[in-house]
Design a protein around this ligand. Structure first.
Ligand code: FAD
Length: 397
């Protein structure tokens, strides 16, 4: 009989897992809390070994078709004066795409042979000897062989299976708000970065020249804002960035009207074990690294390895979950270590550190240093090796 797998979350990890599970003979169902695919978020990039994965999935061409092809990122001061310039490979990897375009591509590649249920979520998980009884907020109770929590940083499956989020979440001391406004700066494949102590604004325009992708990042020790209260989140950003120079007042005006705001803490997730019985976590739910940690690539790597191990173990989930974790832990460690220090680069807290960061950017941005910086920024992406699992393999129970 075909192994049924319930995946919670249609972000990146969820659809990527559905993709590979279908190829390997499993029957995935994806349940997503939002009423439709969430296509927000800033750019995500791929590099090194992750490029092999995209080729293996056969989605590299689709990604190239939506490629941002960003040029340099220029650091400016609050009067708009250029301080340093970094080549595109630093921030944009080998190929870069809007997160929303990526989730759409993964969805389009899976929707015909995967059951997607939008606007619903898991409320109860009752593991039994030969399956998991699952209750939902809006639909009938169902039984699945396996359940995967691919529902992000604030995973519901993790809470139901392992306990409260606070036990596993380490906040890095920053928040981010990402949104889109009209490109009044007329940037063309160019990104601008403006920092004052504890606050950074990034604005970039790539493939779609009519819009600016804006990120506000700020130091935020012990800030708690209701997760689904967008107006409260906007208010916090308005207050934190009040009085900042450059184009910030105009960008804040744009925030008032923005309808797709991504607001969250920069946090990491640490668990001693990613699975319990028939339930396993994937992507940010299991090992969120935060920006600069190659989290999107790692979520997709994890999906590939988890499905490959499930097939290789002929559905023996205990063996598969243990091997998945064993094979990915090393890469996650590199990724989380790299992202833990990102605050110094993205949101320096003092004038001195801003000066130091800008100095480093100037040095690393110079042509002879490009290879060194590329090596540094590719470490996380290259930390997981892609095994060549034989596909498709029929999954047996
Ligand atoms: C709309 C959006 C915008 C983002 N923008 C950025 C960004 O600008 N910068 C950045 O660094 N990271 C961003 N992220 C996070 C980034 O996508 C992830 O770090 C990374 O890609 C790993 O993906 P993931 O699939 O594990 O998690 P995510 O991409 O976060 O996907 C998780 C999915 O699970 C869904 N979900 C949550 N709870 C439940 C539940 N209880 N039941 C069912 N479904 C649930 C969410 O709606 C989401 O679709 C964003 C995530 C989202 C959802």
């Amino acid at each position: 009989m075909t192994t049924t797998v319930l995946i919670s979350g249609a972000g990146i990890a969820g659809p990527a897992l559905a993709f590979w599970l279908r190829k390997r003979g499993f029957a995935p169902t994806v349940v997503e809390r939002a009423p439709a695919l969430r296509e927000g978020g800033s750019a995500v990039d791929f590099r090194g070994e992750q490029m092999t994965l995209l080729k293996r999935m056969g989605i590299l061409e689709d990604i190239r078709a939506k490629e941002i092809a960003m040029g340099s990122q220029v650091v400016i001061d609050s009067r708009g004066k250029k301080i340093a310039e970094m080549p595109s490979v630093f921030f944009s990897g080998e190929v870069e795409i809007e997160r929303g375009d990526l989730t759409r591509i993964l969805y389009e590649h899976t929707k015909d042979d995967t059951e997607y249920v939008f606007g619903d979520w898991i409320t109860g998980l009752d593991e039994q000897r030969d399956g998991v009884e699952v209750t939902f907020a809006n639909s009938e109770q169902r039984r699945f062989d396996l359940v995967v929590g691919a529902d992000g940083l604030h995973s519901g499956v993790r809470r139901l299976t392992f306990g409260d989020e606070e036990r596993f979440r380490t906040d890095l001391g920053f928040h981010t708000a990402g949104f889109v406004v009209p490109n009044h700066l007329d940037l063309d494949h160019l990104g601008l970065i403006c920092s004052v102590p504890g606050r950074t604004v990034m604005a970039a325009s790539g493939r779609d020249r009519s819009v600016l992708n804006v990120s506000f990042l700020f130091a935020s020790d012990s800030l708690e804002v209701p997760r689904r209260d967008v107006e409260a989140q906007k208010k916090v950003v308005m207050e934190r960035f009040a009085g900042m120079g450059w184009e910030v007042p105009k960008l804040l005006e744009g925030l008032k009207d923005a309808d797709d705001v991504y607001f969250d803490s920069l946090s990491q997730i640490y668990l001693d074990k990613w699975s319990k019985g028939r339930i396993v976590l994937l992507g940010d739910a299991a090992y969120c690294a935060g920006p600069g940690g190659s989290g999107t690539g790692l979520a997709m790597m994890g999906a590939y390895i988890l499905s490959g191990e499930l097939a290789a173990a002929h559905g023996d989930h205990e063996v598969a979950f243990a091997r998945y974790e064993e094979k990915l832990r090393g890469a996650v460690k590199v990724s989380q270590k790299q992202a833990a220090g990102i605050g110094t680069f993205l949101i320096p807290k003092t004038r001195f550190v801003i000066g130091y960061r800008n100095f480093l950017y100037r040095v690393l941005g110079s042509r002879p240093m490009t290879k060194v910086f590329t090596w540094i920024t590719s470490r996380a992406a290259n930390a997981a090796t892609l095994e060549n699992y034989d596909a498709p393999v029929a999954a047996q129970r």
